[in-house]
Write a protein that binds this ligand. Sequence first.
Ligand code: UD1
Length: 353
Amino acid sequence: MRVISVVGARPQFVKLAPIDRAIRAAGHEHVIIHTGQHYSPELSDALWADLGIPQADLNLGVGSGSHAEQTAAMLTGLERAFEAEPSDWVLVYGDTNSTLAAALAAAKIHRPVAHLEAGLRSGNRRMPEEHNRVVTDHLADLLLAPTDTAMGHLAHEGLASRAVNVGDVMVDVCLAVHELTEAAPPEMPAAWNADDPPVLATIHRPDNTDDPARLGMLIDRIAAMPFEVMLVAHPRLVAKAQEAGIALDRPGILPIPSLTYSQMVHATAHAPGVVTDSGGLQKEAFILRTPAITARTETEWPETLVDGWNVIDPDLLVDARAQFEAARPASRSYPFGRGDAAARAVEALIAGL
Ligand code: UD1
């Protein structure tokens, strides 16, 4: 079997790592195409090195732009790349513009497409990711869903016959990296105090960053939390804060540019709590048993809300101390699988040939 994986943005690199290992371990061929959506060394190269992903076979270097510009450049580059590379499957990941472009380019030239992390729905049509997910699921021939909830969404849209629940590959990578970082903690930035760890925060969604009044309100409320907060600042947040004249570096907030995945897992596991609008980080917090506050109006991962591990709080109004220090039952179900999702995804690809 020959699989072409197309990735472009940070969360996709994380999912690619266990899939690459599983495809090669099963003795199959794996071609990796990077669209170049994320290109800053701290969002791309550093992460690939940390996750042990081999160098991409091709990088299209599309870079940033409006949705149309970025997606169009990817479509043109990917069609050319697919014409030159035979494949049994084009595998696309998650919900970014790279996902949509790869699924569309491949489907139009009759190349079988598999979608990893299929079936997620936020119901929020303002999110570019929601359109990317819905369209990709309807284009793909094989839907690799991470949860029963995702399977339910696919069935509701008439896609059940193409769908299989393989579990969530983020559990594979998160647990594997957690084991390594517990044995040998990674070097952490100066903002991280191992004796009294700060809360870990990330804010990067356009709905939170692009309106200056909303962004200012969120940053004020993060600074007012009764904890030191280490804010991992995505380039979009840094750019939008600067444009709006909002200081990220202020009492209560320790802004840092980025973390490797190992550092992120270590921080998530040891922080008193997480404040985020990232889908991935909400779930990593849940997997690592750290309470979270999600700065959004909904979540694609409702499983994380069980026992209050995660709380939806778009305006950051909940009492952070109460959320982070509440006693919660230690035992819990495994809605995202037990860490064998990549191997199950490869089995599903083989079965679907
Ligand atoms: C993208 C995904 C989002 C995902 C996020 C993870 C889409 C629509 N959005 O959002 O789902 O959660 O990645 O990080 O695909 N920039 C840099 N360096 C880079 C890349 C971007 O400085 O390497 C800056 C540029 O100013 C750019 C902005 O960040 O315009 C936004 O980048 P873009 O890739 O369009 O979207 P993200 O916000 O990163």
